[in-house]
Design a protein around this ligand. Structure first.
Ligand code: AMP
Ligand code: GLY
Length: 427
């Protein structure tokens, strides 16, 4: 099977690493890829939003399957375009990808199907939005409806912050993504990322991970795309997983199928584990980054037949085996991220990680300047390891991090801290 993988992050590096192990894989192309992915795939310089370029390339190379990593091309309709060209591709259609592309769409779906989520209303003007925020009380959560690269969510501590956020969104702070907004109740609890693969009807559980979205140790500072993750998490007990499947995932898949928008792809539910049970924060129509890295490190089965089965609408005979080991990944980012940062700074010492048992360095944004590996984005490397416990995986991952010579980079030093506190128990 010749495969085209679309994307350029550590998520796609981990997917390429896993696909490479498939006995049925032939050629692997990646558009556009990065310097790390280039060791596993033939990288082609086509951007993820160049839908024409991607379809033309897939057709020209007669690939058997296209795996779409990031949300932007899905929300723009790349899966539909591939289907129209007769090319098997995984990732939801434009209509089904509204699960990520429109927060209001998801909230209305939850309301119609009694899916547990934060209380909310949708608005297209500031005054009623401010009045509803005041009614909910503070803190309150203000969300731009459309895709805003993870930045369209404001947790407002008081009326001033809420009103400012509402005004900023309607003034175009997030472009057209903010012309409609959702104002919703603030949920308290621990967050878990839960993943399934769906063929439009059936659902195969991929597992749960915990991300670390804040930039600083102790979960402080601004939100990021994710600074590290581990999987599995003891928070997701078998009972809780059943509840999430029955109350959140299955009603969603069924509702979309009935609406003629069958969801074929990876579905990522961001959950808040509240005192009243699990509630949906948001859906994403793809694997998480960095969650994908830790899931791939735990997957024992061949990934490719499962992904192709989901794309064909046939997961009937597919099962996946997962290692009971813990996988943990630490994201190395350029100093300044998630604000402004330097690009092009040299990274050295990566070859040394080979000496460390069980360490995997997935590249998120790297390129080559001559022979020199350089950073080319905000999140740059995802340094990962497996162990018998979260503490062991964490120790191995940081041992690998400490071998990397990149003065312009930084990372959190506490990935997995909540789980390690649970492992150590009270006192
Ligand atoms: P989202 O882009 O929807 O994932 O939101 C980004 C982050 O904001 C989430 O990962 C949560 O940490 C937080 N968040 C979003 N909605 C809520 C909510 N209703 N209550 C508390 N935190 C939230
Ligand atoms: N790590 C969160 C995301 O991929 O959206």
């Amino acid at each position: 099977m010749d495969v085209l993988l679309v994307g350029s992050g550590a998520r796609e590096h981990a997917l390429a690493w896993k696909l490479r192990q498939s006995p049925i894989l032939g050629r692997l192309f990646c558009a556009p890829g990065n310097a790390g992915i280039a060791a596993l795939a033939e990288c082609v310089a086509i951007g993820v939003e160049d839908l024409d370029g991607l379809v033309d390339f897939a057709r020209k190379m007669a690939v058997d399957f296209v795996l779409i990593g990031p949300e932007a091309p899905l929300v723009a309709g790349l899966a539909d375009r591939m289907a129209a060209a007769g090319i098997l591709a995984l990732g939801p259609s434009l209509t089904a990808a509204r699960l990520e592309g429109s927060k209001g769409f998801v909230k209305d779906l939850c309301r119609a199907h009694q899916i547990p989520t934060a209380d909310y209303e949708r608005f297209d003007a500031p005054a009623p939005a401010k009045a509803f925020a005041a009614k909910l009380g503070y803190p309150v959560v203000i969300k731009a409806d459309g895709l805003a690269a993870g930045k369209g969510v404001v947790i407002a501590a008081d009326a001033d912050e809420a009103d400012n956020a509402i005004d900023a969104m309607f003034d175009g702070a997030f472009g057209t993504a903010g012309q409609q907004i959702v104002v919703e109740e603030f949920l308290e609890g621990e967050e878990v990322s839960f993943f399934v693969l769906s063929d439009g009807q059936r659902v195969l559980t991929l597992g749960a991970a915990q991300d670390h979205k804040r930039v600083g140790d102790g979960d402080l500072g601004p939100n990021t795309g994710g600074m590290g993750a581990y999987s599995p998490t003891s928070l997701m007990t078998p009972r809780l997983q059943d509840e999430v499947l029955h109350r959140i995932i299955e009603p969603t898949i069924t509702a979309l199928a009935r609406a003629g928008a069958a969801y074929r792809g990876v579905l990522f539910a961001g959950l808040m584990l509240t005192q009243q049970g699990p509630k949906l924060i948001e859906f994403n129509c793809r694997f998480g980054d960095p969650e994908c890295q830790v899931l791939m490190l735990r997957l024992k089965s061949d990934l490719l037949p499962a992904l192709m089965g989901a794309a064909r609408g046939d997961l009937k005979d597919i099962t996946l085996d997962w290692s009971a080991e813990v996988a943990l990944t630490v994201v190395l980012a350029a100093r300044g991220y998630p604000g402004s940062y330097l690009k092009g700074t040299p990274i050295r010492g990566l070859d040394r990680h080979g000496g460390l048992k069980d360490a995997f360095v997935f590249h998120a944004a790297t390129s080559k300047n001559g022979d020199q590996l350089v950073a080319s984005g905000g999140r740059v490397l995802s340094v990962s390891a497996r162990g018998a416990s979260v503490s062991e995986a964490q120790a191995l991952a940081y041992a690998a991090v400490d071998q990397i010579d990149w003065p312009e980079g930084f990372c959190r030093r506490d990935i997995g801290w909540r789980a390690i506190a649970r492992e150590q128990g009270p006192g």
